[in-house]
Design a protein around this ligand. Sequence first.
Ligand code: 1HE
Length: 264
Amino acid sequence: MQLPDLDLKNITLAADGEIAVVSLNRAAKRNALNAETIEELISIFSTIPKSGARAVVLRAEGDHFSAGLDLVEHHQQQRSAADFMHVCLRWHEAFNKMEYGGVPIIAALKGAAVGGGLELASAAHIRVADETSYFALPEGQRGLFTGGGATLRVAEMVGRARMTDMMLTGRIYKAREAMDVGLCQYVEADSEAKAMELAHACASVPPLSNFAICSAISHSRNMSSMDAAYMEAFVAGVVNTQEAAGDRLAAFADKSGARIKPKD
Ligand code: 1HE
């Protein structure tokens, strides 16, 4: 893996074997997402797919994953509607690079994943919470609206009715309840350790399979059912005939390959 040498102020990027570790590093501001951080996310996730990284762990310094939009910057800049529309387009650029980039991203959550922080977490492919984690969309309470893709990704995870309730009433979902409604897939004592374990599992999957899983599933939502089915067949045609699958299929056929059974 050859991680890019980027000029980063709010995020750190490190290698752990074949895993890229992306750390939000603005704990004093509860990892609030200012414009500069969003640009750094774009730079990182534009280059990660070409770096040879087999998976990414997205984590945060401090007690909170992210407090969302930098409300102070937003307040101080007195943005026009057009200004903020352009801010949102940069958020979409960053989060689309993550979701469609073809490299599995596992978010290790703790404390607040609220507003734009939840939007960031939603762009990861797997979300692991710990017991301190909580999720909310306080936009309505702040006189705001989501601008980083929550109307797509959060609504898809929890359904429109729950998302509307979160935005209207400021409802907070704590970790266990959040898992029940689909905001995260795991709740663990140590979300970072679990995220790293999952990243290693993802890294053992052939890169072409990971590319398909971490792009085609998302692309399918932008298509008609017929187009999505065609795309699925096309992708499977390429992935399921890859050389890397040959040994795995041979191992199953000669009975040396793992059987898919729950552990006792
Ligand atoms: C911030 C931000 C922020 C903290 N923007 N500076 N998001 C929210 O509505 C959540 C806002 N944040 C909070 O509710 C709380 O900060 C927390 C519950 C996350 C953490 O509480 P706490 O007591 O640990 O920290 P704090 O004292 O509130 O904040 C510590 C510092 O972080 C303080 O700065 P300081 O210079 O005075 O020390 C805070 O100002 C700063 N800080 N959160 C800016 N969000 C694309 S549209 C998306 C729309 C949204 O995301 S709306 C949801 C916004």
